[in-house]
Design a protein around this ligand. Sequence first.
Ligand SMILES: [Zn+2]
Length: 112
Amino acid sequence: MIDIAIERMDILFNRAEMEFITHPERSHRYVELALKLSTKYNTKVPEKWKRRYCKKCKSFLSPGRNCTVRLVNSEVNIFCGECGHAMKIPYRKEQKNKRRAKYESIKKRNDE
Ligand SMILES: [Zn+2]
């Protein structure tokens, strides 16, 4: 049952993306339905679509159309154009991992 819910959420988000240009209000409704599914079956929103809706007003976000994405202070800032809400997702951990991987590869090369 959970698999079906995840599949349906994916379908709804895909549909929302398709309909966004012609009927933005429909895509907001699809996001609402998908989030209802995630609450009902206690599942997470698919990784792919996590940044594509506003956490506050639940509207579908399309970068360049109704939201802006900026990198500020090691954070991804997503500003919703519908309500002005800003979502901040830090990427410091990824930076650290990248730096560590680079350091380790240099160390390995020196050891050989
Ligand atoms: Zn919003």
